[in-house]
Every structure is written in C-alpha cells, then in structure tokens.
Design a protein around this ligand. Sequence first.
Ligand SMILES: Nc1ncnc2c1ncn2[C@@H]1O[C@H](COP(=O)(O)OP(=O)(O)OP(=O)(O)O)[C@@H](O)[C@H]1O
Ligand SMILES: [Mg+2]
Length: 289
Amino acid sequence: MNAPAPPAKPPVQVKDGSILPRVKYCIAVASGKGGVGKSTTSVNLALALQKSGAKVGIMDVDVYGPSLPLLMGIHQQPQATPEKKILPIEKDGLRLMSLGFFLEEDSPVIWRGPMATGMVSQFVKDVVWGELDYLIIDMPPGTGDVALTLTQQVPLTGAVIVTTSNDLSTVDARRGLSMFQKVDVPVIGVIENMSYFTPPELPDKKYYLFGQGGGQRIADTLGVDFLGEVPIDPRVAESGDRGRPIVVDHPESDTAKAFSNIAQEVANRVEKLAKPSISILDSNITWEK
Ligand SMILES: Nc1ncnc2c1ncn2[C@@H]1O[C@H](COP(=O)(O)OP(=O)(O)OP(=O)(O)O)[C@@H](O)[C@H]1O
Ligand SMILES: [Mg+2]
C-alpha cells in the first residue's frame, strides 16, 4: 500500500502534423548490435515498398558509419534551396538523405553527442522530403544518444528490429527492442538476417550457420511479431558494394523475394498501427492482432 506510484509513461507518439507533415509512416530500422544488416535491410525494404507502388524515402542517421552513399552508389552532394532547405538525393525512385553525402570519402567521423543529435534535427526539419508514404530510418547500432533523440523527435509509426540468430545478437536485439517499448514506440516486428545459406548447386537445402530460430524466439519472448528470415547471400554484399541493392539487381533471387515478403508484412502491420486516432490511442481499448 505504501509503494511509490510507478513513474508516468511518456506520451504515446502520435503525428501532430508539425513534424514531417507529409510523411504517412515513419519506420525505424534498428538493432542492438552493429553489423547485423540494418542498412542492407533498410535499403532493400525501401526498394521493395517502392516497387509495390509506394513513395519512399530513406534517412540514414548512422552518424558513426553512414552507409547509404555506398549502398545506393551515390557520389554527389545534396543541393540547397534558396530558402536554405536541403533537397534529398533521388535514386531508383527513392528520396535519400545521409550524413555520408556531406563527407569526403575516408574522412573520419568524430561526432560528439550534441553535433550528432543536431544532425538528426536538421534531417527531420530542414530536408524537403515532400509527400511520402514511408520514411525508412536507418538507425545507428545500439541504444545511444542518437537513437534516443530520434525516438523523441520523429513521430515514429513503429520500429523493426534486425538480428541474426545467434544468442549474442539476440540478447542485444532484446535491448534495442525494450528501448522502443520504453518510449512507447510500437515494435512492428523482428527480422532475422543472414539466417541460412543455400548453396547454388543444392537449391533445396538450407544451412542455418548461426543456429535456427533465434529471431522467432526473441519475438515470442517479447510478444512481438516475427516478420521473416533473410538468407545469407554473397550477392547482397557484392551488389551492396556496387550500389545496386539485391532487390533491384537480382529481383528474382530468393533473397530479394524474402525482402519483398517482409516489406509486405511491414506494410500490413503499419496500416493497422497508424489507424487509431489520438482519442482511441488514449483510451483503454486493446487492439487485436
Ligand atoms: N543477407 C546477407 N547476406 C550476405 N551479406 C549480408 C547480408 N546482410 C548484410 N550483409 C553484409 O553484412 C555487412 C553488414 O551489413 P550492414 O552494413 O547492412 O549492417 P548494419 O547493421 O547496418 O551495420 P552497422 O551497425 O555498422 O551500421 C555488409 O557487408 C553487408 O553487405
Ligand atoms: Mg548500418
């Protein structure tokens, strides 16, 4: 009876129309751990959504290792408008913005906290994103300053968590996931990347090199949806390095199909998430999945 009241929850993030007013859904692609394939997933997910007819942008806020220029093969700087707004770069039908567009190749990125978080604000407020169905946000690894600022400044519709199947990665993924849950950003689901390898000469075999089912397990444990497995495919790395993501370079491959299926899963869930209005979100109605 004497226990202190639990701390008040931060308010549910609902688009109030002042930030990114013409963007329908903002989706963060995050992970607890680096190198699991967030950027690869962001780019291929964006392209798969675009192919299905949506208008899509990617905002790369990985200040420590922006990969969008390399993955999309961009070697130009964005232009400014006379009103001092920044125009995103357009490629393959996507609108793109990344800190990497402003850096010399190989220049070290020594960003201290305030500078990094300032960049997030600029990308949100000063980039002319225009009308978009989806803004995919490629997050830096982990749950640091930039990730937190982003969850506070961008009206996120939801987040997807990328993980590999091994235990170390899934433990980190849980941490990433709980960060979003703490700030009341819905977790759309978990994507398991680099799940299995299928040798070209044995197309019916799946070798689960990092163990099977890790992504599904964390999704189950944390009560969120599992969105699918993406195989390990040397063409992902190779086509990424050439600036031709696999969804456009090898659209017939199982890997591209896996990204397209996941994009469909995301699109289905996002629509449901975005539908409730403020008054419904604030009430006690629970939504059936
Ligand atoms: N399904 C896959 N098959 C083969 N290689 C992959 C796959 N997914 C990602 N990779 C490769 O793994 C490396 C890491 O991927 P990526 O840069 O997308 O990860 P990240 O999580 O964004 O990393 P960081 O934390 O550094 O931002 C890249 O070289 C990429 O080409
Ligand atoms: Mg990355």
